[in-house]
Design a protein around this ligand. Structure first.
Ligand code: SF4
Ligand code: SF4
Length: 168
């Protein structure tokens, strides 16, 4: 009998001699192999992401999209409210003024010359979407940021955020 003192309490362990079957280890090896083999024929609980994708929940919040209005102009006016509302400080932008003449086409004087979201900081809370007075930013419920080994790939600029121009 061995007495092991772990803390102030004493644990008493009884050392039993191994049986013949336990000493040859083979039954335990076969039992382990049987468990492994049985898993080969079970339905997999994992998928090979990103090649395979599962349907998302309706309330899933994924990658952002910057929307255009009915004329195809960007809705975002670079007011900065989304960046203010963002608890993760994931949004940065640079506002710029439209040139004379452009305002007729775009109606808004300001636009985001630079708009970036750091997806590594983003917690996909959706507060930017709620804060936007122009209904310009939305979190898509069927797209997530693809994996990458490069940090820079997770900085999403306008080239990847703005909704594609509508096809005429
Ligand atoms: S979803 Fe939340 S964390 Fe992500 S950019 Fe919007 S406000 Fe910031
Ligand atoms: S996305 Fe909306 S809240 Fe953010 S800067 Fe543009 S208009 Fe303002």
């Amino acid at each position: 009998m061995a007495i092991i003192k772990l803390t102030s309490r004493i644990k008493v362990m009884e050392r039993k001699p191994m049986s013949f079957m336990e000493r040859i280890y083979l039954p335990a090896v076969f039992k382990g192999m049987a468990i492994t083999l049985s898993h080969l024929f079970k339905k997999k609980t994992t998928i090979s992401y990103p090649e395979q994708k599962r349907p998302m929940s309706d309330v899933f919040r994924g990658l952002h999209i910057l929307k255009r209005d009915e004329n195809g102009a960007e809705r975002c006016t670079a007011c900065g409210l989304c960046a203010l509302a963002c608890p993760a400080e994931a949004i940065t932008m640079t506002a710029a003024e439209r040139k004379a003449g452009e305002q007729l086409l775009y109606r808004e004087e300001k636009y985001a010359a630079v708009y970036e979201i750091n997806m590594l900081r983003c917690i996909f809370c959706g507060l930017c979407e709620e804060a936007c007075p122009k209904a310009a930013i939305f979190l898509q419920n069927d797209v997530m940021a693809p994996p990458s080994f490069e940090r820079g790939d997770f900085i999403y600029g306008k080239d990847r955020l703005v909704e594609p121009f509508p096809q005429i």
